[in-house]
Design a protein around this ligand. Structure first.
Ligand code: SF4
Length: 387
């Protein structure tokens, strides 16, 4: 356990020194008040500033599933600016996006082309691909209409429908936020955002993106943060492990401290010879809900885990087993050395700046190399796996 804790402490410390933020500072409509959270409850037209940020981030998190996060951020910011300049105020009044769909599609197309010209060559070099394959529309889809209606339209439809169905007049300025806050915790909010029978976004949002949204609203921007209420505090949501974070946790030996290689193979977290060049492929998302017998046998960790599940995540009845994806949170809660948001920022930073998805990452420069089992003891953890 001590070794795992040291890895988490070091990654969280790294996370406190870096910043992974959506590009809100490039959105003209936010510029006068973005850096003044104390003013976010004031209204900007018909909505509170806090509500407008939450709406924008919901669209952002759904678009942010393509190959180039920064490119996605630029696309959203520039299209938003262009639409607002034409008086299509789609964050304030989402119906305007649908009424002016033709204008929206034109801007999405032209901005996408400009961003591709700027970023595709570099992206192709970094990813050993061809510039012509650069496409922010995801799923290899290149049809702007379906992209606009599905990826932009679904998250904009949520506040639109809530506005029509739920809101008392005085609730309208923050109708999305009131809906999100109606859940017992940020974690439960992230589940229902996807699967609520009436308002769920379904296939438009994955588990990882729903958790990233919770992280943005609690950790990255204090939009829903309530430090006095554990369920809406820094431990109120699970870390949205992506492949970069998962790769770091695998190579450092963190995951192998909590289950065996054989178990990871059975769960299809490790898929032998399915990776690039015949390496073993690691599918981090398959770790969700998998249990660690080892963790259950450590009394302090078990106590922290129960506390996490019952008081912070509000994720149901008293647990009987320890889910592996929650172990980092329980360890940090026990240790008090960092928060899940800091940890995720640190893992993302290490994964995207040093721990590249190839056989020769930049280990010598990596801030946690002194703790990394792949670097210090067993190079096969680096060379034999890809995410
Ligand atoms: S030391 Fe190397 S393998 Fe280990 S986390 Fe850092 S970059 Fe990755």
């Amino acid at each position: 356990m001590e070794r795992s804790l040291e890895i988490l402490r070091a990654a969280a410390k790294t996370g406190r020194q870096v910043s992974f933020k959506p590009l809100l500072d490039q959105v003209e409509v936010f510029q006068d008040w973005l850096e003044k959270p104390e003013t976010w409850d004031r209204q900007d037209g018909s909505r509170t500033r806090r509500e407008l940020l939450a709406r924008y981030l919901l669209v952002n998190v759904i678009l942010d599933q393509g190959p180039d996060s920064k490119g996605v951020g630029l696309l959203l910011a520039q299209v938003t600016n262009a639409l607002y300049r034409r008086e299509v105020r789609f964050l304030h009044q989402p119906e305007e996006f649908f009424q002016e769909l033709g204008i929206a599609i034109d801007h999405i197309d032209s901005v996408h082309t400009a961003i591709k010209q700027l970023r595709a060559e570099k992206w192709a070099q970094d990813n050993q691909s061809r510039a012509s394959r650069y496409n922010l529309f995801m799923d290899n889809a290149r049809q702007t209409l379906s992209y606009a209606v599905f990826r932009w339209g679904v998250p904009l439809a949520l506040p639109l429908v809530l506005d029509r169905n739920l809101a008392e007049e005085e609730q309208r300025p923050s109708v999305l936020l009131n809906y999100l806050r109606s859940y017992p915790s940020a974690e439960v909010m992230s589940w229902r955002l996807k699967d609520h029978h009436q308002y769920g976004l379904g296939k438009a949002i994955g588990d990882k993106a729903a958790h990233l949204y919770a992280k943005w609203l609690i950790h990255t921007f204090p939009i829903l943060l309530d430090p006095q209420t554990p369920a809406w505090g820094p431990f109120g949501f699970e870390v949205p492990f992506d492949s970069n974070a998962g790769r770091v946790l695998w190579r450092t030996g963190f995951f192998l401290e909590w289950a065996t290689l054989q178990e990871y193979i059975e769960w299809k977290v490790v898929q032998p010879e399915e990776g690039k060049g015949g390496t073993d492929y690691i599918r981090v998302t398959n770790i969700r809900k998998r249990k660690s017998e080892r963790a259950r046998e450590i009394p302090d960790l078990w106590q922290a885990y129960c506390n996490l599940v019952l008081d912070h995540l509000c994720a149901g009845r008293r647990p009987r087993k320890v889910e592996i994806q929650r172990i980092p949170l329980a360890l940090l809660l026990l240790d008090g050395s960092g928060t899940p948001g800091e940890l995720d920022d640190g893992l993302m930073y290490i994964g995207t700046h040093f721990c590249f998805n190839r056989a020769e990452p930049l280990c010598a420069e990596c801030p946690i190399h002194h703790l990394c089992r792949g670097y210090q003891e067993d190079r096969s953890l680096i060379t034999n796996y890809r995410t």
